[in-house]
Ligand binder design. Structure first.
Ligand code: NDP
Length: 335
């Protein structure tokens, strides 16, 4: 087997030196255990947080430990009555070709319902993040304007399409022409702007003539600066991610914190941070609605596949900078 371990903690942007690829002997399952073979490894921005040891909602990966991650895996040997050889399961096996499990936390995936990779994408954690954050915190109403960045990505693409299903106007922000064209033409957002455009603030104002009622925060940085002045009274801001800041090496007090607080007061804004697991109770509703929307073509999704576990570090470093176009997956082994 092969695995990727955290060789050292990054300072700023992660580099190849922070990862090490090792060979290891695939483990032998004991009593009650199953042996898993990884098919798909999901790469997600939160992994940048696991590489650091600052205060967080989750424990860091120890230096020398296997990088954490969600996988779609096949049971290749089972000493557990709940699982049979050949079962496909959602697991947190991490960045490795083989892993043991006692069955806790594994969920079987039915390959007849959808391609199994969707279990870590549109029908998995990122889709659930979009669904819960938008509907529980954003609460978009028909005719309102919803803005989301990283709009071609796993979470953002679903946010805008769900906003459309709810009758809202969806404006995306994404990196570059191709992503913006896809977001408008394929995903059906009403508009999409490039966050690297020096005139982003002016263009966003034009694209949102009635202001912004829901801003689904995925990035922070320059996008937030452009959005903030356009927020309407009683706007809702689900704070999902701040990818523009994950490599920051120091915390900056915002220059305009005073003005921000004044606006939160006078416009009665609701900012609420969330972690998808906060809404675990909505998993059934999510699966029912999202599977239907995907089947009906109302929610489309795109996968961005990197071949081979060896290339996982490079793919992850790319994900933080927008090199991915769609949900970032690593194909670790055959389907
Ligand atoms: P994506 O598939 O959207 O990939 C990340 C994208 O972020 C990149 O492709 C890039 O797209 C964009 N990006 C990177 N840097 C910047 C920047 N400086 N300014 C604007 N955009 C940038 O990832 P996900 O859909 O998996 O995640 C999206 C967000 O949701 C992340 O912030 C993530 O941490 C968060 N998240 C939060 C969860 C929670 O429970 N709270 C759960 C899952 C995800 P582009 O080329 O368009 O710039």
């Amino acid at each position: 087997g092969k695995r990727v371990i955290l060789a050292s903690r990054p300072h700023g942007e992660p580099t190849a030196a922070n990862f090490k690829i090792e060979d290891y002997a695939p483990p032998v399952p004991g009593d009650g255990q199953v042996l898993l073979r990884t098919i798909w490894l999901s790469l997600d921005p939160y992994m940048r947080g696991r590489m650091a040891d600052g205060p967080s909602y989750a424990a860091p990966v120890p230096v020398g430990g296997v990088m954490e991650g969600g996988t779609v895996s096949e049971v290749i040997a089972s000493n557990n009555p709940g699982f049979a050889k050949g079962d496909i399961v959602l697991s947190r096996a991490g960045w490795q070709t083989h892993a043991l499990s006692d069955g806790k936390g594994l969920a079987k995936i039915d390959p007849k319902i959808a391609p199994v990779s969707t279990a870590v994408g549109v029908l998995g954690m990122p889709g659930m993040t979009a669904y819960t954050g938008l509907l529980e915190i954003g609460k978009p109403q028909a005719g309102e304007t919803v803005v989301v960045a990283a709009a071609s990505g796993a979470v953002g693409s679903a946010v805008g399409q769900i906003a459309k299903i709810k009758g809202a106007r969806a404006v995306g922000i994404a990196g570059g022409k191709d992503k913006c064209a896809y977001v408008k033409n394929e995903l059906g957002f009403d508009d999409c702007l490039d966050h690297r455009d020096p005139n982003l603030a002016a263009k966003l104002k034009e694209a949102c003539p009635k202001g912004i009622d829901v801003y689904f925060e995925n990035v922070g940085g320059a996008v937030f600066d452009a959005v903030f002045p356009l927020l309407n009274a009683f706007a809702r801001i689900p704070v999902c991610g701040l990818i523009a800041h994950y490599n920051d090496t120091e915390a900056h007090a915002p220059k305009w914190a005073g003005a921000m607080m004044r606006n939160i007061l006078t416009k009665r804004l609701t900012f609420r941070g969330f972690i998808v697991s906060d809404f675990a109770a909505m998993h059934g509703d999510f699966l029912r609605d999202m599977s239907q929307w995907v089947r009906e073509g109302k929610v489309k999704h795109k996968e961005f596949v990197t071949e081979g576990l060896d290339r996982a570090p490079e793919a992850f470093m790319g994900l933080l900078k927008g090199a991915n176009f769609g949900k970032q997956l690593v194909r670790v082994g055959p389907d």
